[in-house]
Design a protein around this ligand. Structure first.
Ligand code: ADP
Ligand code: MG
Length: 298
C-alpha cells in the first residue's frame, strides 16, 4: 500500500472510532488469526453490581457492610466500587456514608484486600486470599460460591478476624456486542480466547455465554502476556483486546494490541489500536480496514 492508502485507511478508521497508531499496526492487523480477550471490562460491561449477600454470622447487614466498605473504599478495583456502592444502601445518609477509618490497608493483586477496621481484621476477596491466610471455608459456603459462579457471577468472600463471615455475589453483564463479535470472528476463521484473573467457574460460565473457543482463568498480568507469546510461538498472529492495567503487558506483547476506549490510560497507551466506542465489533472493523488497505487488488 502507498503512504496515501495508509493515510486514507487510518482516516477512515478514525471516522469510525477506531484509532490506529501508525501504518505498521494497520498492516499487521490483516494477518491476525487469533485474538485474546480480557474478560472484565472487555467482554463484560465492567460495571459490576452486588446481586446477593449471604451472612454466615450473627451480624446485621449494616454492620457487615460498614466493615466491608471501609476496607474496599481504598481499592480501585471495579468489584470494590460495586461493593461500596451497594454498602451505601445500608447507611443512614447514602450521599455521605462516612465509613470508619481503615488501617494497614493492603491490596493483594489478583486476590483481594485486607485492612483493620474498628480493631478487627477484615479481608475481602477470593478463595485464594482466604486460604493464604488460613480462613476455613465450610462446605455450605463452597456451595453458595459454586452456585454464583455457575450463573456467571463472581463470588466474593469476607472474613472478620480470620472467620468467614459473609459471601457476596457480584454480577458483571456481558457487552451486547460480545457474542456477535466472537461469532463473526469464528466465521472468519479467527480463534478467540479469553484470559482473566477471575476464577475458573465464573470464567467458564461467561465463556459458554459468548461461545468463545477457549479460556484461561486465574491469570496474573504476566501470565496473560505469556499466553500471547505462547500463541505466537505456535505461529499465530495474535491480537490482544483489553482495558486494564493488568492487560498492558499482553497488549505490548501482542502483534496488535487493541485497547477498549473506556479502559485505563495505561492500556490505551500500551495498545496499537484504540476502540473508541468500546464496541467489540470494532475489532472486526479494524481487521477489515487493514485487509482493504493492504489488499493488492486495490
Ligand atoms: P480481573 O480484573 O480479570 O477480574 P484481577 O486480577 O483484578 O482480575 O482480580 C482477580 C480476582 O481477585 C477477582 O475476580 C476477585 O475475586 C479478586 N479481587 C481482586 N481485587 C479485589 C477487591 N478489591 N475486592 C474483592 N476481590 C478482589
Ligand atoms: Mg479488564
Amino acid at each position: 500500500a502507498t503512504p496515501t492508502a495508509v493515510m486514507v485507511g487510518t482516516g477512515v478508521g478514525a471516522s469510525q472510532g477506531v484509532l490506529i497508531k501508525g501504518g505498521e499496526a494497520l498492516e499487521r492487523a490483516r494477518k491476525v488469526n487469533c485474538i485474546v480477550f480480557d474478560k472484565t471490562g472487555t467482554l463484560t460491561m465492567g460495571n459490576p453490581v452486588v446481586v446477593k449477600t449471604k451472612l454466615l454470622k450473627n451480624m446485621t447487614l449494616g454492620d457487615f457492610y460498614e466493615l466491608v466498605a471501609a476496607t474496599e473504599g481504598n481499592s480501585e478495583h471495579p468489584i470494590a466500587k460495586a461493593i461500596v456502592n451497594h454498602a451505601k444502601k445500608f447507611r443512614e445518609d447514602e450521599e455521605n456514608p462516612a465509613w470508619p477509618q481503615a488501617h494497614d490497608f493492603l491490596s493483594i493483586t489478583g486476590s483481594g484486600v485486607k485492612a483493620t477496621v474498628k480493631g478487627r481484621e477484615i479481608m475481602v476477596g477470593n478463595k485464594n486470599l482466604m486460604s493464604q491466610h488460613g480462613v476455613y471455608i465450610p462446605k455450605d459456603a463452597g456451595e453458595v460460591l459454586a452456585e454464583a459462579e455457575d450463573m456467571a457471577q463472581t463470588g466474593i468472600l469476607v472474613s472478620v478476624d480470620r472467620e468467614l463471615t459473609g459471601i457476596l455475589a457480584v454480577s458483571d453483564p456481558l457487552k451486547p456486542s460480545a457474542r456477535a463479535a466472537i461469532s463473526i470472528l469464528k466465521s472468519m476463521n479467527i480463534v478467540s480466547i479469553m484470559v482473566t484473573g477471575d476464577n475458573w467457574g465464573t470464567a467458564n460460565a461467561i465463556a459458554r455465554e459468548v461461545d468463545i473457543d477457549s479460556v484461561m482463568a486465574e491469570a496474573k498480568p504476566k501470565q496473560k502476556a505469556e499466553k500471547v507469546k505462547e500463541l505466537q510461538a505456535l505461529g499465530h498472529v495474535v491480537a490482544m483486546v483489553g482495558d486494564g492495567i493488568n492487560d498492558a503487558p499482553a497488549l505490548v506483547a501482542a502483534d496488535v494490541g487493541m485497547a477498549i476506549g473506556a479502559g485505563t490510560d495505561i492500556a490505551i497507551e500500551a495498545a496499537d489500536i484504540v476502540l473508541m466506542k468500546s464496541n467489540l465489533e470494532d475489532v472486526i472493523t479494524a481487521i477489515d480496514l487493514s485487509r482493504k488497505t493492504f489488499s493488492r487488488i486495490r
